[in-house]
Write a protein that binds this ligand. Structure first.
Ligand code: ATP
Ligand code: MG
Length: 395
């Protein structure tokens, strides 16, 4: 019995002319994830086949469950497309299983096959009943569902389906810069943008010595969780201490967060341009804190024309937390290290800031110079699934 993994594409069915591009990306991503495993991939416009060794299925399954662009996959037995072969194979599969009720479902894309889908199901059901004792058909709630796909040359029979993450293959969109703090929201924002096929670089603002190296390690751990869904993440660490201190020293306490975030966006724009990213991504959620009211977003966003996407903008915290738990970032996110925002957070941040006041307040120190320095002094850590390579890189 020859078994293969049959991969069904996610949202790619909406692509007509450039479907090939998406399928090729998906193939590259799967190859990359399975590069140390002995496999062979064959692809066509509507599905992909992976030849593999049985012993590797557990690890392959784990990896495929984290590749965007896959709707579902099945471990299927490959059969020559003729009735005799289908009969033989379905008996062999059924004999390996222990069940009392079953159903056969057929999909026939080879329209010239002599029986139609219903007739094939009926025929194969009869074959199973004839060869295995004490079982019956249950169309509503079968213990085993035999699925049969009749295609040209080779057909497939399988009894289980694993669901993938859907979305588009990472790399089918260019790069975005993810603002990655140690919190719950931004890793989820990263995950959701990877799902749209966006390649991500991450940016972390740190204010040593007000924040600890452990806080940075926490962000690295989060990036490492995210990298399982992509090939590599470059984590840019921005030295933000000088700017934070100047804001704290010079600006009205109620406006420190508004101004700090205006500075972050200015730096983000600089880093995005330097690293060929086309969009900034963050974990802002409307109304969550004072800096995320629509008035605040409006005043903060005013510093840049660069597109900013906020994948969790309209989710509530519980929904975000559920995703964080699913992608296993939650436990890391709730570790108690101080972030640069929390260290400097004022008692009464303004909820409805005025643009004119924000502009006035930030004129109280030479932020242009400090922004240039912060961008220049940003260093990069390369996060890969295998190991986290650390290197200082002058941008
Ligand atoms: P999270 O939103 O990730 O749970 P948080 O709630 O502590 O963390 P907020 O103060 O809500 O963060 O900030 C909103 C968004 O701004 C974050 O989701 C993140 O994208 C970005 N951000 C905040 N602090 C930092 C930082 N130190 N470095 C990088 N990005 C940051
Ligand atoms: Mg938040």
């Amino acid at each position: 019995m020859k078994k293969i993994i049959l991969i069904k594409y996610g949202e790619l069915f909406t692509k007509k002319g450039n479907r090939n591009f998406f399928v090729t990306k998906l193939e590259q991503n799967i190859m990359n994830k399975l590069k140390n495993i002995d496999i062979k991939i064959h692809k066509n416009k509507s599905f992909m086949q992976i030849e593999f060794n049985d012993k590797d299925f557990k690890i392959i399954n784990e990896k495929l469950s984290k590749v965007f662009g896959i709707h579902a996959y099945q471990v299927a037995n490959v059969v020559d497309t003729n009735i005799e072969s289908l009969d033989q194979e379905i008996i062999a599969i059924a004999k390996e299983k222990d069940f009392k009720t079953f159903k056969v479902e057929t999909k026939r894309s080879l329209k010239s096959f002599p029986l139609n889908s219903m007739e094939i199901s009926k025929h194969l059901g009869g074959v199973i009943l004839k060869n295995i004792k004490n079982i019956k058909v249950d169309v509503k709630n079968p213990e085993v569902l035999f699925k049969v796909e009749i295609k040209k040359d080779k057909s497939y029979i399988y009894t289980n389906t694993y669901y993938g993450l859907g979305g588009y293959p990472v790399g089918s969109q260019p790069k975005g810069m993810l603002m990655l703090s140690g919190g719950i929201d931004s890793p989820v924002a990263g995950f959701l943008s990877l799902k749209r096929g966006i390649v991500i670089d991450a940016v972390y603002f740190e204010a040593i010595p007000h924040t600890s190296i452990e806080a940075r390690k926490k962000v690295e751990s989060l990036a490492k969780k995210l990298v399982e869904y992509t090939n590599e993440i470059r984590l840019h660490v921005v030295p933000f201490t000088a700017i934070q201190e100047e804001i704290y020293k010079n600006c009205h306490p109620a406006y420190t967060i508004t101004i700090m975030r205006r500075m972050m966006y200015r730096i983000m724009e600089g880093l995005a341009k330097k690293n060929n990213a086309l969009v900034i991504i963050n974990g802002e959620s409307i109304g969550q804190v004072a800096s995320q009211t629509l008035t605040s977003i409006n005043v903060i966003n005013e510093v840049t024309n660069f597109p900013i996407i906020r994948p969790v903008a309209c989710l509530d915290k519980l929904e975000i937390m559920n995703i964080a738990k699913k992608i296993d970032t939650y436990e890391t996110s709730i570790l108690p290290y101080e972030d640069c925002c929390t260290v400097f957070v004022p008692k009464h941040p303004v909820i409805n800031p005025k643009l004119e006041i924000a502009k006035e307040e930030e004129q109280k120190f030479d932020y242009q110079k400090l922004i240039g320095l912060a961008i220049n002094d940003t260093f990069t850590i390369k996060i890969t699934a295998e190991e986290t390579k650390k290197f200082e890189e002058l941008l």
